[in-house]
Design a protein around this ligand. Structure first.
Ligand code: AMP
Length: 499
């Protein structure tokens, strides 16, 4: 913690922070008694209009550290049409929606107009909210600039600007957008700026856009909670090897596993793994950036409510999500940015609870593992020996990825309900939520290959063998694997040859 917040953090009650009576009453109703260090450090300064640079991760109570003083300050004054009074920029739709939820919770004694501008939902509804006048505008950068460019929004009335999760904005390539947004808002505004880490690009941004900020640093981004058991698990390199390793891990952890987030590095891997797990009758859902907003929110609330046990996710989609009490983290892919490791495993072991984090490691992951161990300043223990003990044959004969008969783990299917029984396992099938986007993805892929009359874009027609392939039922993971040329057989290869 920096010296700036030493004094403030000595305030051990919300009442001592200077918040309004309405806000204090809402906080009390939430059952919060003591401000967290970021709240104690940031709130008194934010209330008097100072710029704040908060270096804090999600899970530290940082959302309330800007929402509570904003609510207090918003009690004076009124919103004008198309001229929001405050603006909060978030890197992802989920985070933006979460901040909105916080405003609703903590602002229940206020009558504020809140507008959420995020991608994946209709422009018109958002436009109507802007028209009405927003006290609080919460937005992702792209959609915010879209509205601005359409002339539907004026940013000259913004008194308080919040940039949240700035380092994630950097990862997602949003920094030019952020610079632009900062320049569109009056120089006299107050800026509250939050980032879990301070890479040079972010430091530069704060130097450019913050005025004499009070720096409040509550944790080191690189520290990993002591109550999280971390293990490395060796695996063969191929995706199917890793999937098999993951399944064994889930089975091994069956007794302790309440719910888990499984992290993949790429969207395509998220979809593939999700499909594989559901084929194996695990109770799984998926979360990645290409899903439409509704599907993402449904998925998330199902996971929060315990209807889904496993959530396969990418870093971007999962960043900052407030999911209390996740018992396990599985890194299906080792993160290529060491800091993501800290963020990922920080989803478990919250509020002092015990958590477990398993990372699957293959022979090509060495440099990423080194970077992680260097960042966290400790060697992570291997489960059942390191990579030198890996048997090289591991699944070289191809995928062992099809559901087998007679499993006895925590899957949704009944013991003994193997592949042949899947059609009958109605209960298992029903409990799996298949995101609409998978259906859409499949349709789009087919549409891209064929025209309406069944002709392909390259002018050819599907061969007989294609039809039978499409008609195959429950083919295991090989269904997604291209066989030969797959659907893309060049036309010249289908020309009949005269002998
Ligand atoms: P955040 O870092 O904003 O994502 O907050 C993490 C979690 O801490 C959320 O579930 C909040 O509702 C909760 N929280 C925030 N402030 C407090 C507090 N002072 N005491 C207890 N829980 C809190």
């Amino acid at each position: 913690m920096s010296s700036d917040d030493q004094t403030a953090s000595q305030v051990s009650t919300f009442a001592g922070l200077g918040l309004s009576a309405k806000v204090l009453s809402a906080v009390e109703d939430m059952g919060y008694v003591t401000p967290t260090p970021i709240q104690a450090g940031a709130i008194p300064h934010a209330l008097v209009g100072k710029d704040v640079l908060g270096i804090a991760q999600t899970g530290t109570g940082k959302t309330a550290s800007f929402v509570l003083p904003m609510l207090t300050r918003l009690e004076k004054g009124r919103a004008r049409a198309r001229m929001p009074r405050t603006l909060i920029v978030e890197p992802t739709r989920e985070l933006a929606a979460q901040v909105e939820e916080n405003f609703v919770k903590y602002g229940k004694n206020h009558r504020l107009n809140i507008a959420l501008l995020i991608g994946g939902v209709s422009f018109d509804d958002q436009d109507r909210k802007l028209e009405r006048g927003a006290d609080v505008l919460i937005a992702t950068p792209g959609r915010l600039l879209d509205h601005f460019e359409r002339g539907r929004l004026l940013l000259t009335g913004v008194e308080i600007l919040v940039i949240d999760e700035a380092d994630r904005m950097l990862d997602m390539g949003f920094i030019p957008d952020i610079e632009r947004i900062c320049k569109l808002i009056p120089f006299t505004r107050q800026t509250l700026f939050f980032s879990a880490t301070m890479p040079p690009e972010i430091t530069k941004l704060t130097e450019q856009f913050l005025h004499a900020p009070v720096r409040v640093e509550v944790t080191k981004a690189a520290t990993t909670a002591e109550n999280i058991t971390q293990r490395l698990v060796k695996s063969g390199q191929k995706s199917w090897d890793k999937r098999e390793t993951l399944r064994k891990l889930i089975q091994q952890e069956e007794n302790d596993l309440k719910n888990a987030i499984i992290f993949c590095n790429r969207k395509v891997e998220v979809s593939e793994l999700f499909r594989s797990l559901t084929r194996h009758e695990f109770n799984a859902g998926a979360l990645h950036g290409d899903m439409d907003q509704r599907a993402r929110m449904t998925m998330l609330s199902n996971f929060r409510d315990g209807k889904l046990k496993l959530l396969v996710a990418s870093d971007v989609a999962a960043r900052g999500l407030d999911i209390p009490d996740v018992s396990h983290i599985f890194n299906f892919d080792i993160p290529t940015h060491a800091e993501d490791y800290v963020h990922r495993i920080g989803r478990t072991g919250r509020a002092g609870r015990a958590g477990k984090a398993f990372t699957i490691v293959t022979r090509s992951d060495g440099k990423y593992l080194d970077a992680i161990e260097k960042l966290i300043g400790q060697d992570i223990e291997w489960q059942d020996g390191d990579l030198s003990t890996l048997e090289e044959h591991a699944n070289e004969d191809g995928p062992h990825d099809r559901p087998r008969r007679g499993h006895k783990d925590g899957r949704t299917g009944k013991p003994g309900a193997g592949r042949g029984a899947r059609r009958d396992s109605g209960a298992a099938e029903k409990s799996v939520v298949v995101p609409a986007e998978h259906v859409e993805e499949r349709r789009a892929r087919k549409a891209a290959i064929r025209n309406d009359n069944g002709q392909r874009r390259d002018g050819s027609y599907p061969a007989e063998s294609d039809k039978s392939r499409h008609g195959r039922r429950d083919p295991g993971d090989t269904a997604d694997r291209t066989i030969g040329f797959g659907d893309d057989v060049p036309a010249f290869m289908k020309v009949a040859v005269k002998l």
